[in-house]
Design a protein around this ligand. Sequence first.
Ligand code: F3S
Length: 773
Amino acid sequence: ISSTGSVQKDCSSVTPPYSSLIRNLKTVRDILGDRPLTLAEKILYSHIHAPQKSLVNGRLVRGETYLQLSPERVAMQDASAQLQFMSAGLAKCAVPVSIHCDHLIQAVNGAASDLERSIISNKEVFDFLESAARKYGIEFWRPGSGIIHQIVLENYAAPGMLMLGTDSHTPNAGGLGMLAIGVGGADAVDAMTGTPWELKAPEVVGIHLTGKLNGWATPKDLILHLAGKLTVRGGTGRILEYFGPGVADQSCTGLATIANMGAEVGATTSTFPYSANMRAYLEKTGRAPVARAADEAAAQGFLSADKDAEYDEVIEINLSELEPTINGPFTPDLATPISAFGKFIEKEGWKDEFSAGLIGSCTNSSYQDMTSVADLARQAKAAGLTTKVPFLCTPGSEQIRATMERDNLTSALEEVGATVLANACGPCIGQWKREDQTDSENAILTSFNRNFKSRNDGNRLTMNFLASPTIVTAMSFSGKLSFNPITDSIPLPSGELFKFSPPTSQDLPSAGFAAGDLSYYPAPSPAPQPDTEIVVRKDSQRLELLEPFGSHFGPDSGNPRGLELPELRVLLRVRGKCTTDHISAAGPWLKYKGHLTNISENLLITAVNDEGGEVNIAFDHDHDASQSSTDTIPGVAKRFKARKQPWALIVDDNYGEGSAREHAALQPRFYGCSMIIARSFARIHETNLKKQGVLPLWFVDKSDYNRIGSGDKLETIGLEDLLNGVPDAGIRVKVTKLDGEVFEIPTRHTMSTDQLHWLRYGSALNYIRRQLS
Ligand code: F3S
């Protein structure tokens, strides 16, 4: 602890090995020929595992070549990859790993009582995580310590690093000029077991920033605006790399907000060239040695793009022209500038009111965010105002919470009516015990990142609008959706009118960050304690050891079709937007994350069946006399599992967008799903399906989606060639309709050679186990 109360860190395990990274990059450059590289390429290519071996033909094409990478670190939220890592049978992790208990703390009354109650109700899970951390030498951030992405930014992120996190907003750490990639637990297990992690070399989109943010516009508005331009699919298979004069002005935490919400456009991750503001953030968070090492690496040209680097697309944004933007409802890419928002609400016929304002979360709880909202709160207080609607604030970490308290930011918010919640995800992930508006149409305004239906309070009718923390705060004093704090005033009881001045803020605390409760900080790089017992009770309803999934291939499989998938039945044709929240709902279900049987009861319960348009209804064409021909989706999936009938799903565009939630792949697989044919897939989810041994196929002709319905039989043709190594073998699917009509459709796939091994052995984990044995 320094004289100012901030934590000075042991930086040995968090400083990237710059010399060896730069050496590795040189090897790659020698193989590729010395062409100018983007920053994203430099970071990725410097982490290629054994480049002489893996780039044998000297060819590396963005959007085509699969890279074998060696990430330097893994971060996991709650129970994600631990159960899978345990079944790999290793004594310790191959890279530094941290566990963060942030998703299970339910917001009810406020920080202290919410935390206490949640620790009791989730004790079994937290004890399991803590013992797994002790056994394998993992840094354990216990409940109340903060949200994974904020803690990673404060403690582990470093310029030029490559890390994986089991949460889709892992890219938040890109605010420190690194590549942080959200993955499923099975990918995390690759890094934890020292298995090279595979990624198709992403395309790189250059976002050229010019001008200066002014007035009310914030980094959040930049990414809200960009989400409107790119849409939820625009970043798929791509890294967003920001460059230009507008980058250097942004605070490191502002850049983190931008990187965080790159996940909303489906981007693999986002990054920025190393800047003085990043250096200042490293120093203020007790990591001056990392800053010094980064300075040296930057001097060798490692932490920025080469001159003349080529981007796959360049998007120009003039920050001077940006105005605050509000996105939603129900999708993060429906962007409306605040000046047009009142008209938008009127046109839609929605009530001009909202029922709660929520700020904070991993996206927007930086010191800069909190000083700016506290400034608005003080202005309002001076005018005698309090918030018109419930106003909730989630600090991202204990460090932020303690610094807010010390610098009187918390009191400024509480004095106008705010409730400060625990340092955890809370309402952002549906952990919000909301007593009002349980099933009525209403609107909320949040500074979070995601706004799919039911996301925050479990009510499908709640319209969540995303905005900057300052806009959410100012509007919370009006309670009206049409209120524009830039132009409008609030009438006071005296008859006078009150108008906010643009908020002022401070990037970093002059007195340094306060550490807060030191018991939240784990020892750095703890030694594994192999004798630690990990308890998973047989009758537990919260934890369940994972049974390996079986393979469809090989002599014991009983599959009469050899190296083709067995004949599959279509369970459902899913209509429209189907995010990982639709496939595996969060909120109250999160408590079953460690228990696959129990959490599978929520499979696709908010998905729309395209045959009839109903939610959570599926048809069972093979039902017996004791059963109805319709049931819930998990109900029919369970019937298929009981009949040992492998099945398939037909799905729409961008299937599996949203979070990295691995259960969205584990659960269908658990019930016997073997193939999903989509108009298109979201990246992380498609990989998660492959990891669990489910074959994802893309329609070549998207209109074929309409030709296949529930109960139809599907047979793959060509998978055998693919598994036998025939290059460029395509897969066709023979469809036998319920009425006997038969036809074939062409599909395409994105399976690499390694991924075909996962399919063959039933899952990536089965394959790793085989490699390690
Ligand atoms: Fe948590 Fe919401 Fe961030 S769930 S990790 S605060 S996106």
